[in-house]
Design a protein around this ligand. Structure first.
Ligand SMILES: CC(=O)N[C@H]1[C@@H](OP(=O)(O)OP(=O)(O)OC[C@H]2O[C@@H](n3ccc(=O)[nH]c3=O)[C@H](O)[C@@H]2O)O[C@H](CO)[C@@H](O)[C@@H]1O
Ligand SMILES: C=C(OP(=O)(O)O)C(=O)O
Length: 416
């Protein structure tokens, strides 16, 4: 199993090109199920989760062409299976995103229930509730969600803001009879990117980017070409790495306008940030100041940046309080950071972090993607050698993280 070896303390300076967003690519790849024509996607990140989605779609009969690792052509002319099997769903929860489009176009779909994962229980009851409101008959049998029926427009009020739930219902509604209104919808930029791709495919959608999305169903969708939005979480992760290392970076092919809450916290920590339409630069001239933060749905502070900021607080001046309100078990990085010398007290969904001057390298591992990212950042600034184990988590969501970090001066290598 691959690991990362990091020697801490090397100055970080230089440029990084940001990849397309995992959380936009996954639903948009699944959107190909809504049409018999070809969907052409560019700026698709090269990630394990994208490969898993490709395998899942190919298993259903979708023809997938990739002449360049970042460009995909997907054609779901006819499907040979309407099922997302457990073997794939268990490795990637986002597989649930085939449910809405498959049911909407073919009147039937079976998707293995994802079950819980390292960061929380993560039920999919809101996906099911919304599809039932649209007239689907749904049963849970042998670990699968089995759905059938012709979908009709409905007014759906989500009990909580759910990103993939909103995406599943949005895709399903594009081919339903009549008008669907999704209230308390997720406003994440990746939901907006999906809606924009669906509109290019002929869908009639308004209100995306607000908490009320209205979809007027159409008889069929057609092919389109779409470039996946930049990954705001990859962007934020590299900005935190540079801030922790008191470095200077320029991130290209990204957007500042979808990262306000993260950039505000970095400025509060003492970073000097500038941005243009497609780039963000960060210059950190001194030790960071600790910040308080609370994770919430977009546009507030993202849960997917919580672990990285907890790490920044570990070596900051002062004490910071981090509150996680989205997932009930998303502090697994804390005990590993403590093994590197951090001072963290967690109680329930709150962590109180008192900054120390230095961390020391250690063998660490994490059980989820962003926790692993926080340990990589810790390794970059710790004294001595850090080995990060189980990096298959990182490969789900970061394209060549070690190459990108080595490009700005980090001593980091992958080994078996
Ligand atoms: C592939 C993808 O886009 N993943 C992102 C997506 O995950 P995902 O879409 O799975 O996360 P949700 O927005 O659905 O989850 C938010 C909260 O709602 C709860 N919930 C959700 C649905 C449901 O039917 N019932 C229910 O109780 C979840 O357990 C969680 O506590 O949004 C999360 C929150 O921004 C991010 O951390 C993930 O990176
Ligand atoms: C939690 C995450 O992803 P997923 O929903 O794919 O598990 C993440 O990207 O941090």
């Amino acid at each position: 199993m691959d690991k990362l070896r990091i020697i801490g303390g090397h100055p970080l300076a230089g440029e990084i090109t940001i990849s397309g967003a995992k959380n936009a690519a996954l639903p948009i790849l699944c959107a190909c199920l809504l049409t018999a024509d070809t969907l052409r996607l560019t700026n698709v990140p090269q990630l394990a989760d994208v490969k898993t989605t490709q395998k899942l779609l190919q298993g259903m009969g979708v023809r997938v062409m990739t002449d360049n690792v970042h460009e995909y052509e997907l054609t779901a002319a006819e499907l040979t299976s309407l099922t997302a099997p457990y073997e794939l769903v268990k490795t990637m929860r986002a597989s649930i995103l085939v449910l809405g489009p498959t049911l909407a176009r073919f009147g039937e779909a079976q998707v293995s229930l994802p079950g819980g994962c390292a960061i929380g229980a993560r039920p999919v009851d809101q996906h099911i509730k919304g599809l039932e409101a649209m007239g689907a008959e749904i049963i849970i049998e042998h670990g699968y969600v089995k759905a059938k029926g012709r979908l009709k427009g409905a007014r759906i009020v989500c009990d909580m803001v759910t990103v993939t739930g909103t995406e599943n219902l949005l895709m399903a509604a594009t081919l339903a009879d009549g008008i669907t209104v999704i209230e308390n919808a997720a406003r994440e930029p990746e939901v907006v990117d999906l809606a924009e791709c669906l509109i290019k495919m002929g869908a009639k959608i308004t209100g995306h980017g607000t908490d009320t999305i209205t979809i007027e169903g159409v008889a069929s969708l057609h092919g389109a070409e779409h470039a996946i939005i930049a990954d705001r979480i990859e962007t934020g992760t590299f900005l935190v790495a540079a801030a922790a290392a008191q470095g200077k970076v320029l991130l290209k092919n990204t957007r500042a306008d979808i990262l306000d809450s993260v950039l505000d916290k970095l400025r509060e920590a003492g970073a000097y940030i500038e941005a243009g339409e497609t780039w963000i630069s960060l210059d950190m001239k001194h030790r960071a100041r600790a910040v308080n933060l609370r994770t919430l749905p977009y546009p507030a502070f993202p849960t997917d940046m919580q672990a990285q900021f907890m790490m920044l607080n570990c070596i900051a001046e002062g004490t910071g309080v981090v509150t996680e309100t989205i997932f009930e078990n998303r502090f697994m990085h804390a005990p590993e950071l403590v093994r590197m010398g951090a001072k963290i007290n967690t109680e329930g969904n709150t962590a109180i972090i008192t900054g120390v001057e230095k961390l020391s390298g250690a063998v660490v591992m994490a059980t989820d993607l962003r926790a692993s990212a926080s340990l990589v950042i810790a390794g970059l600034i710790a004294e001595g050698e850090t080995i990060v184990d189980r990096i298959y988590h990182l490969d789900r969501g970061y394209e060549h993280i070690e190459t990108k970090l080595a490009g700005i001066g980090a001593s980091i290598e992958r080994f078996h």
